[in-house]
Design a protein around this ligand. Structure first.
Ligand SMILES: C[S@@+](CC[C@H](N)C(=O)[O-])C[C@H]1O[C@@H](n2cnc3c(N)ncnc32)[C@H](O)[C@@H]1O
Length: 520
C-alpha cells in the first residue's frame, strides 16, 4: 500500500504546478512510488511526426506557427479570456483545415500522425511504474478543448465534462471524463483525469487514477457532501424509520452496511453523520464494510486514522465487486447486512461510442457553432455566443450525450483515429458525439448470476445511485433473473432533482416507506 503524508501532497502539487507553467508539451506522467515525473517535449519535437503531412502545405505550416504563438500567450496569461479565445480559434482552425485537406486531397502523405498530434495536444497518459493500466489526463489552464467549454459560460464552473473524451498522443485508446484534481489556485489549475473507454482496459485504468489522487489530493469527490445529504433525506431516513417500526427494541443492535465501489468511503460515512443529526433519538452504532478495487489510503479513506463515535466497526476489502458478490462464502461472512450501497459504481462500466446524433433528437446545430468560425476576431462580440458546448446531459440515440456540437471536428478526428478512414469528416450534415449507455454486465456476476439477487440473499435493502441505470434496465434485469419477493422504488417526484438516479430494492414492507415510483 502506498502511504503519503499531507506535506508530500502539497509538494507534489507545487512541483506539478511549476512544471505545468513551462513552454513544453506534456506527454506522459509517470508515478514512481510517491514521486510524480512529468515527461514533456519541446514544441518542435512534439510536432515532428506530423511534419510529412504539414510541410507539403504552407497553409498548414502557417496555422501551426500561429497556434504556437497563441499557446505561448495563454501560458503567459492563463486567466486572460481574450487570449483563451484566440488560442481556441487557432487550435480548432488547425484541426478543421487538417481534416478537410486530408479528406479532399487524398494524394498527400498519410494524415493520421498529424491528426493524432492535434487530438493529443496538451493531453498525456498517466501510468504507475510496476502496475498495469493507463489513464488519460489534461490540465485546465492549457487544454484548448477545456477552454472552449469555459469560454461559453460566465461565471465559469470548471467540470471534466468540458473534455468528454481525450486521446493521449502515444496511445490508441480514448479516455472519458471522470474527475478533476486541483493542482493550484489563482488562476485555478486542475488536472482532469480519465479512465479508459475500452472495457478491457477500464478496470486497470482506475489504478493510476487512484495513485495520482492519493499523491495530489486530500479531497474526495468535491460533490460528496450535497450527495450525502440528499441520500440521507431521500433514502436513509425512510429506511431507518422502516427498521425502527419493524424492530422498536433493536436500537442498540449495530446497523450493518456494505458499500460497493466505496472510493474513500466518505459518501456513506457522511450520510450516516447526517442521519445522526436528523434523528434526535440516538442512532444504533454502524458497522461499515467498504469494498473498492483500490486499497484504502491513510489520510484519505474513512475509518483508518482514528476511532469514530457511533461507529462499531470499519472493514476494508480490496477487490472487484462483481467477483466478491459471486462468492457465496464471502457473502455469508459479510452478512447479515442491513443496507448495501452501490453508488456510482455501475456507471463505471458504461459504454461510450461516437455516433452521429439522430436528426430527431431535437437539436439544431449549424456550422456557425464551430469554433474556427464563431471565434474569429471579426465575429466578436456576438460570435462567442454561438458556441454549443453544454456540459448538461441530454437523451439521444438511446443513451445520453453532452450536446457539445462545437466539438464536432474533435470527435470526428477521434473517429478517424479509431477507424482509420476519413468517412464523412467535416460533412456539414453529420454531427458525431460520444453517446454514453448503461452496460447491463455491471449487474451480472462473473458466473452469470444476478448481482442484486446475490446481495438480497444477505441484505434488507440495496441502495443504488447511478448516472446511467434507467428504470427499463432494472426491469429487464428482473425479467432475466426473477428477483422474487423484492420491491423496487425509483426515487422520483419527491421534490428532489439530480442528474444521478436513486433506487431502493428491498421487501415490499420497507419499500412503502420510500417515496417514489414503484417499478415492481
Ligand atoms: C465514482 S467512484 C464512486 C465512489 C463512491 N461510491 C461515491 O459514490 O462517491 C467509483 C469507485 O469504484 C471503484 N471501482 C471501479 N470499478 C470497480 C470494481 N470493478 N470493483 C470495485 N470497485 C471498483 C473505483 O476505484 C472508485 O473508487
Amino acid at each position: 500500500m502506498l502511504i503519503v503524508s499531507g506535506a508530500s501532497r502539497e509538494e507534489n502539487r507545487r512541483d506539478l504546478a511549476h512544471q505545468l507553467c513551462r513552454p513544453r508539451i506534456p506527454v506522459r506522467l509517470i508515478i514512481q512510488r510517491s514521486r510524480l515525473v512529468l515527461e514533456s517535449l519541446l514544441w518542435g519535437e512534439y510536432w515532428r511526426p506530423s511534419r510529412p503531412f504539414f510541410e507539403v502545405d504552407l497553409r498548414l505550416v502557417q496555422r501551426l506557427n500561429r497556434l504556437k504563438r497563441a499557446w505561448l500567450n495563454v501560458l503567459r496569461h492563463p486567466a486572460d479570456r481574450l487570449w483563451q479565445m484566440h488560442y481556441c480559434w487557432r487550435y480548432f482552425g488547425l484541426l478543421h483545415h487538417t481534416l478537410r485537406i486530408a479528406r479532399d486531397e487524398p494524394r498527400r502523405p498519410d494524415p493520421r500522425e498529424a491528426i493524432r498530434r492535434i487530438v493529443g495536444f496538451e493531453v498525456f497518459a498517466v501510468e504507475a511504474i510496476g502496475e498495469p493500466g493507463f489513464a488519460g489526463c489534461t490540465v485546465t489552464t492549457r487544454n484548448p478543448v477545456f477552454m472552449l467549454g469555459q469560454l461559453a459560460v460566465d461565471p465559469t464552473v470548471p467540470t471534466p465534462r468540458h473534455v468528454p473524451l481525450l486521446v493521449p498522443p502515444g496511445l490508441n485508446d480514448a479516455f472519458y471524463h471522470y474527475r478533476q484534481l486541483l493542482v493550484s489556485g489563482t488562476p485555478a489549475q486542475s488536472m482532469l483525469i480519465s479512465p479508459a473507454v475500452s472495457l478491457l482496459e477500464r478496470a486497470s485504468s482506475f489504478t493510476p487514477i487512484d495513485r495520482l489522487a492519493r499523491l495530489v489530493s486530500e479531497r474526495p469527490d468535491p460533490y460528496w457532501k450535497p450527495r450525502a445529504k440528499l441520500l440521507t433525506r431521500r433514502v436513509l431516513a425512510p429506511l431507518l424509520h422502516a427498521r425502527r417500526e419493524e424492530h422498536p427494541n433493536m436500537t442498540a443492535a449495530p446497523l450493518s452496511i456494505l458499500d460497493l465501489g466505496a472510493g474513500t468511503g466518505h459518501l456513506v460515512a457522511k450520510a450516516w453523520t447526517y442521519l445522526g443529526r436528523m434523528f434526535s433519538a440516538a442512532l444504533p452504532p454502524a458497522a461499515f464494510h467498504f469494498v473498492d478495487s483500490n486499497p484504502p489510503a491513510f489520510g484519505r479513506s474513512f475509518g483508518l486514522t482514528r476511532d469514530r463515535a457511533g461507529v462499531a466497526h470499519v472493514e476494508w476489502t480490496t477487490g472487484d465487486y462483481r467477483t466478491l458478490v459471486d462468492d457465496d462464502r464471502w457473502l455469508q461472512k459479510c452478512g447479515p447486512l442491513d443496507w448495501v450501497f452501490a453508488c456510482r459504481i455501475f456507471d463505471n462500466a458504461s459504454n461510450f461510442l461516437i455516433e452521429n446524433v439522430d436528426e430527431g433528437s431535437g437539436f439544431w446545430p449549424t456550422v456557425e457553432c464551430l469554433p474556427h468560425r464563431c471565434l474569429s476576431p471579426r465575429c466578436q462580440p456576438g460570435g462567442i455566443r454561438r458556441l454549443m458546448v453544454s456540459p448538461v446531459r441530454r437523451q439521444a440515440n438511446g443513451g445520453t450525450v453532452l450536446p457539445q456540437f462545437s466539438l464536432r471536428d474533435y470527435f470526428a478526428a477521434i473517429q478517424v483515429l479509431q477507424s482509420s478512414t476519413l468517412g464523412d469528416v467535416c460533412d456539414d450534415g453529420a454531427w458525431p458525439l460520444p453517446i454514453r449507455r448503461f452496460n447491463p454486465a455491471s449487474l451480472i456476476t462473473p458466473s452469470g448470476r444476478s448481482l442484486l439477487a446475490q446481495l438480497m440473499k444477505v441484505s434488507r435493502a440495496i441502495i443504488i445511485e447511478d448516472l446511467d441505470v434507467e428504470p427499463e434496465h432494472l426491469k429487464q434485469h428482473r425479467v432475466q433473473f426473477g428477483l422474487a419477493g423484492t420491491a423496487l422504488v425509483f426515487c422520483t417526484r419527491d421534490g428532489f432533482s439530480t442528474e444521478a438516479k436513486h433506487y431502493v430494492l428491498s421487501s415490499s414492507t420497507w419499500a412503502q416507506h420510500v417515496r417514489g415510483e414503484r417499478l415492481w
